[in-house]
Design a binder for this molecule. Structure first.
Ligand SMILES: Nc1nc2c(ncn2[C@@H]2O[C@H](COP(=O)(O)OP(=O)(O)OP(=O)(O)O)[C@@H](O)[C@H]2O)c(=O)[nH]1
Ligand SMILES: [Mg+2]
Ligand SMILES: [Zn+2]
Length: 347
């Protein structure tokens, strides 16, 4: 979609908003430096952003103490999961809640090992969470996971350079017909190098291997509605009252979902970053190159086609079609690749 052209009045409004923003940032810097002069800020310590509140972030230190932090003006925008260096400030009273909170100032953001991005309402791709190690792609027999949808999520994961794991939930619903079908499907993905696990969120005992897997890692859970993401999270985070809430019908469709991502600690080890926006991951717009990049067994072949602008349809000397013919690329994956390309224009 092309960016909208602004008329004069809109341009003027945006300029005004930006001026106001700059002024606010200057005021904030002044406040911070006054505190610094007054010796109110402590030594620099390491922390991680666990939530976002407008212009402030919630940062947790290594003892899991939490601080409401302002940002230095030159930091750009931080997201949940960012590792930072900050200086603790005085405790203050939050008027609305009556609680006292620790405050602080974020001085530096450390380099991100990964970013999960999605389009904002202006169609700009923006990071919404950082330093994620794994995308847990939840699928289930009910609602049935179509390979094409799984591939779509995998394409999105490949493009973020975050390793996905395919988690089949609701194993209690498998029967003699569906079990071999899922075994087949999952082994196809295993052959491609993707890890898979099988669980039933209703039976804690089935979650052992999954819990071990989550330990020492930062994960996000994604997958289509009804596969059991909330159920899994409820079982794994029994103490935590998830503040992200359920997706409203209205927000499910649009790209305007607010992404108030939050980082949670699993009692058995490992962290979860979650928000309704993150759970919708993978279902937004991609371009052709991204789709090709998302199919790891196909992407490396595209350079070998006879024609540089090969569409991999009927062209002679198409390296991809040849690989499909030889059985080196599964027909299912190839048709899934084609199908995703087709849907690009439908979105
Ligand atoms: N039989 C069975 N049902 C399950 C299992 N896990 C979840 N469910 C049921 O599946 C339904 C959907 O589960 P949710 O956890 O709400 O699914 P979700 O992925 O969070 O869905 P959205 O929030 O819409 O994206 C609920 O009725 C759950 O009780 C399971 O392991 N076995
Ligand atoms: Mg849910
Ligand atoms: Zn080709």
């Amino acid at each position: 979609m092309a960016k909208r052209k602004l008329n004069k009045r809109q341009a003027w409004r945006i300029e005004k908003i930006q001026q106001e923003k700059a002024q606010r940032a200057q005021r904030k810097e002044r406040d911070i430096s006054e505190q610094l002069n007054a010796g109110e800020l402590g030594e620099e310590i390491h922390g991680q952003v666990i939530a976002h509140f407008g212009t402030q972030v919630e940062v947790e230190d290594q003892n899991r103490d939490k601080y409401r932090c302002y940002l230095r003006a030159n930091l750009g925008s931080l997201v949940t999961g960012d590792k930072v260096v900050f200086r603790p400030g005085p405790e203050t009273l939050v008027v609305t809640t009556g609680e006292t909170v620790r405050t602080g100032v974020v001085e530096t953001v450390l380099e991100r090992s990964s970013e999960l991005s999605r389009p904002n309402p202006y169609n700009e791709i923006k990071p919404v969470a950082a330093n994620i190690d794994f995308i847990v792609l939840v699928i289930a027999p009910e609602p049935e996971a179509h390979a094409n949808l799984i591939d779509r999520y995998l394409v999105a994961a490949e493009n973020c350079y975050i390793e996905p794991i395919i988690l089949l939930n609701k194993t209690d619903l498998l029967n003699d017909v569906s079990r071999p079908r899922f075994d087949d499907m999952l082994s196809t993905y295993e052959e491609l190098g993707y890890r898979t696990l099988r669980v039933c969120s209703k039976e804690e005992s089935s979650l052992g291997e999954f819990k071990e897997f989550l330990n020492n890692r930062v994960s996000v859970f994604v997958g289509q509605s009804g596969v059991g993401k909330s159920s899994l999270i409820d079982t794994l985070l029994p103490e935590e009252e998830l503040k992200v809430g359920a997706l409203s019908h209205a927000s499910k469709k649009g790209r305007h979902t607010t992404t108030t991502a939050r980082l949670y600690h699993f009692p058995a080890g490992g962290d979860l970053i979650d928000s309704p926006g993150i759970r919708e991951f993978g279902l937004w717009h991609m371009n052709e190159d991204e789709v090709l990049h998302g199919f790891k067994e196909i992407r490396h072949l595209s350079g070998y086609c006879r024609f540089r602008d090969c569409n991999h349809e009927k062209e002679p000397g198409c390296a991809i079609l040849e690989a499909v013919e030889k059985g080196e690329i599964s027909e299912l994956r190839f048709s899934s690749y084609k199908r995703i390309l087709e849907t690009l224009t439908e979105l």
